[in-house]
Design a protein around this ligand. Structure first.
Ligand code: TYM
Length: 332
């Protein structure tokens, strides 16, 4: 089987529905076809300020939500990034073949460093894509399913693999990004031209997987639309309604035109109620399962440890090969 790698940051107590639709739904669908590795990238999360106890909890909660959404830790390797030491070690080696200007061109770094300001920008934020490249390359990955916002990072991983192979001989497989279509990109319900994000300043337009059903229902009923009352997809002219249609289609597996037909002439109130029912029906069992898993953290930690062992075996093999190729002396 071809290898698949992807991951998410444990940057909030709950994932949001953009992560669910844009990442987890795809991952779940691909885990049969691929030998899949899914990580909770806690080392990446250190690039933002964190309360240590909260970071630990967010890491567990993110893992629980992967499982609750249908990632099976007996079939896929679901583990915590920091449990596999090779990630940080390979990132160091890769940083020595990454150009300063090359890293500086990463748009996510440019956005984040602008948003946080020079004082809050740390070197980790700058080298973040190099660590991501290490994640991907350690597992000799064929495909990396991510949202469009991560494409440039996967391309960097590919460039670094090619450069390393050219300099030291065939070591890494060149990964391919698998970019979700535009119809899997979810926008903020209150600000439908901005991507829905775990780190959004206001949470009014963010639907959390672990929110109470009532809270989720209210957020959907209050979603920003427009004044013409027509349920139709038009990303430019009707971003709010288009976003709701996208969510509806993604969760039901239906085509957007068939949903437009169903709600033709019925107005936004009816449409939102329909969507509310779809969202609540989808997330209620996921939430219940996640909370059940979090009730027994010792068992969850045990599953994560066993998966980390599996990941370590693969990663260590690549890392040893890298160390040999660059000329690090083996310990006797
Ligand atoms: P992160 O944690 O920001 O997001 C995780 C995944 O969710 C997708 N996503 C969305 N998709 C649709 N609509 C949205 N509103 C939305 N918001 C987020 C993202 O595109 C992503 O696929 N750097 C990565 C984590 C990472 C990684 C890796 C990924 C670290 N190492 C190796 C793949 C391979 C990140 O910050 O994702």
């Amino acid at each position: 089987k071809a290898r698949l790698y992807s991951g998410m940051q444990p940057s909030a107590d709950s994932l949001q529905i953009g992560n669910y639709i844009g990442a987890l739904l795809q991952w779940r669908g691909m885990q049969d076809t691929y030998d899949a590795f899914f990580s909770v990238v806690d080392l990446h999360a250190l690039t933002q300020p964190n309360d240590p106890a909260e970071l630990r909890e967010k890491t567990r909660r993110t893992a629980a939500q992967y499982i609750a959404a249908g990632i099976e830790p007996s079939r896929s390797t679901l583990y915590v990034q920091s449990h596999v030491r090779a990630h940080a070690e390979l990132a160091w080696v890769l940083s020595t073949i990454t150009g300063f200007g090359e890293a500086g061109r990463m748009t996510q770094f440019k956005d984040k460093s602008q948003r946080y300001g020079a004082d809050a920008t740390n070197v980790g934020l700058f080298t973040y894509p190099v660590l991501m490249a290490a994640d991907i390359l350690l597992y000799q990955t064929h495909v990396v399913p991510v949202g469009g916002d991560q494409k440039q990072h996967v391309e960097l991983a590919r460039d670094l693999a090619e450069r390393f192979n050219g300099r030291y001989g065939e070591t890494f497989r060149l990964p391919e990004p698998v970019i979700q279509s535009e119809t899997a990109r979810i926008y903020d319900l209150q600000n439908p031209t901005a991507k829905m994000s775990k780190s959004a300043e206001s949470h009014a337009g963010v639907v959390w997987l672990l929110d109470d059903v009532d809270v989720t229902a209210k957020k959907i009923m209050r979603a920003v639309t427009d004044n013409d009352g027509v349920v139709a997809y038009d990303r430019e002219g009707k971003p709010g309604v288009s976003n709701l249609l996208t969510i509806y289609a993604a969760l039901t597996g239906r085509q957007i035109p068939s949903i437009e037909d169903e709600f033709a002439g019925r107005g936004y109130g009816d449409f939102k109620k329909g969507l509310r029912d779809v969202v609540v029906a989808e997330f209620e069992p996921v939430r219940a399962r996640a909370l059940e898993l979090l009730d027994d953290p010792a068992e969850l930690d045990r599953v994560l440890a066993a998966n980390a062992d599996r990941a370590t075996a693969v990663a260590d093999e690549t890392l040893q090969n890298v160390y040999d190729r660059v000329g690090l002396l083996r310990r006797a």
